[in-house]
Design a protein around this ligand. Structure first.
Ligand code: SIN
Length: 189
């Protein structure tokens, strides 16, 4: 799949003529909301796991030395916690640009803390995109993140801010917290 997903995402009109859409964020969209929204609240989606298996050429790395950022992997029986934003359609030009390095819009059902559910959108980088890196041990991922940086800043900032945000939300994520632990050890050396 193309390196830049903006055109594909523009053609995927998944919200019809809806004027308000719920967007589910699970990575940098949790801690960096650089777009207008009407409302935001914690939410989860079922049967997906957050994994640092996506390469970043444009934010936390470069094409020659990609960083590692989060994507979602289908895994029945699991839950991924994140933040939901109620947005208007105009916001998607900005979001498509921000998520252009391999992420595609998908529809998803999300569940809020009060048990209410809503249909919405989520950006997922699937394994057929050119920047996809795939599985590695948490220790290896931490080493990779430790040495990467890109136009949006050091790669470790992404991981550490995400871990802090998940703690603020009282959410457990063994994958993220294990990478964080390895990263903290590397930073101490
Ligand atoms: C997301 O946060 O929902 C997508 C991945 C990212 O931008 O980090």
């Amino acid at each position: 799949m193309a390196h830049d997903t903006q055109a594909i995402n523009r053609a995927r009109n998944l919200f019809g003529d809806q004027q308000q859409i719920w967007l589910f964020g699970y990575g940098s969209l949790i801690f960096k909301a650089d777009f207008d929204y009407l409302e935001r609240k914690p939410a989860r989606i079922d049967n997906w796991s957050r994994r640092f298996w996506q390469g970043s050429h444009d934010h936390r790395g470069t094409p020659g030395a990609p960083g590692r950022v989060a994507t979602l992997i289908e895994s029945p029986g699991t839950v991924c916690a994140g933040m939901a934003y109620l947005v208007t359609p105009e916001v998607f030009d900005h979001l498509d640009h921000r998520e252009k390095n391999g992420y595609l819009r998908f529809t998803t059902e999300m569940t809020f803390h009060d048990g209410e559910q809503a249909q919405g959108l989520v950006y997922i980088a699937t394994e057929d995109n050119e920047a996809y890196l795939g599985p590695a041990s948490e220790e290896h991922i931490a080493q990779h993140i430790f040495s990467a940086a890109g136009p949006s800043g050091p790669n470790d900032e992404y991981l550490l801010r995400l871990a802090d945000s998940l703690r603020d939300l009282n959410e457990d994520d063994p994958h993220v917290y294990s990478i964080e632990e390895h990263l903290q050890a590397l930073k101490k050396d």
